[in-house]
Write a protein that binds this ligand. Structure first.
Ligand code: ZN
Length: 243
């Protein structure tokens, strides 16, 4: 079974469409939250994700956009984008976000969460130290996470300490039996690893392998829509740099 793993779409329809094109033919798609926030197409992205994702968890920007968490906890640009998003969202799309779980066990030994296993909304797993602490907070073999917008694998082998691995395009990453993993596919709609291309993973459950893909899309198209919508200029500019 081949499963497309996507995260942090952030209302970037141009990026999402390219990613879904690359995922044609997979058996399932799992989404790790932050479908909206930052970008110009929140309704369109929710409508696509709700149709194609077999499983989806909720992210901080999803909750911020529907008034479920306090916008004071976000920085200025994120607040502005969440307020704008909330004003655009159709009632049924707000309901979709409201109905998403914080955590999901999608198959035996596999969990999905937006932030981290111990703090699904806010914690960024950006160091081996934080990954190590989180391994003690869940029992599953694999946790797929989003939120940091940086593709990475943290491996916890039976005896050794936690180790990070970085993906190489076109090269499969093989999971080892006996190890546990925290895996981030990177972001579809706002990558932050200085590569502006949309990021995704394909997880092969039988082979226990991950394929990593980066896909170019029309950043300018998304930026033009953001300008027209009056979204903060920095949020449009950062898409060009992948930051
Ligand atoms: Zn995000």
């Amino acid at each position: 079974m081949r499963i497309g793993i996507i995260a942090d779409v952030h209302s970037n329809l141009a990026a999402l469409e390219v990613v879904l094109g690359a995922l044609e033919g997979v058996d399932e798609i799992w989404c790790l939250g932050d479908v909206v926030g930052y970008g110009p197409d929140p309704n369109e992205c929710i409508e696509l994700v709700s149709k194609i994702a077999r499983h989806c968890v909720v992210g901080n920007h999803d909750l911020g956009s529907i008034g479920e968490i306090d916008l004071a906890d976000f920085n200025y640009e994120a607040q502005a984008a969440c307020s704008w998003t909330g004003r655009q969202l159709k009632a049924e799309n707000k309901d979709y976000l409201r109905g998403l779980p914080l955590k999901l066990e999608v198959a035996e030994g596999i969990m999905l969460v937006h932030g981290s296993p111990r703090d699904p909304i806010w914690e960024y797993i950006v160091s081996t130290w934080l990954a190590e602490e989180n391994f003690a907070q869940f029992v599953e073999t694999v946790a797929f996470v989003g939120h940091s917008h940086v593709p990475v694998v943290f491996e916890k082998s039976a005896e050794g300490p936690c180790r990070p691995h970085f993906f190489e395009e076109g090269k499969a990453f093989n999971l080892s039996e006996g190890s546990r993993y925290i895996i981030n596919p990177g972001s579809v709609g706002q990558p932050r690893d200085r590569d502006p291309r949309a990021s995704l993973l394909i997880f092969n459950r039988e082979e226990l392998s991950l394929e990593y893909h980066r896909l170019g899309y029309s950043v300018e198209k998304t930026q033009r829509k953001m300008e027209r919508a009056g979204l903060p200029q920095f949020l449009a500019e950062r898409l060009s740099w992948g930051i």
